[in-house]
Design a protein around this ligand. Sequence first.
Ligand code: 4NP
Length: 139
Amino acid sequence: MKSILFVCLGNICRSPLAEGIAKKLAPQLQIESCGTGSWHVGESPCLNSVKIASLHGVDISNHKARQITNEDLKNFDYIIALDESNLNDLKDMGATNVTKLGSYGFENKDVPDPYFFSGFEGFEKVYEMIEICLKNLFK
Ligand code: 4NP
């Protein structure tokens, strides 16, 4: 495994966190993230994702959201979706090398979309879920 692309919907909450945590755990790999949607292209990650990452010593503040392209499907060895709907969208695009992050440690559960969370607490849960799955992936 040389390269991994993490994919969520907006590329501003979950997949930038997965990218940041994965880069810390596996610095030898080429790791990126993107979204299936285009609404937030060019934006920085949401403030709560930046905050929870920074509390764990991970800096994702320089990330800029981008949308997945067909080229990505060819260029990355592994594509990892954050939830079932991301997974289905990727399969619809023709991705074959795609799995769901929750399959590495959370009974294949979705990493919940924190975009509409009211408080910060949900982000701690999301961070923990992503970190546990990634630690299992890189074992
Ligand atoms: P993400 O969160 O997929 O974890 O980046 C979302 C960000 C934006 C939207 C949905 C989810 N949105 O609907 O704009």
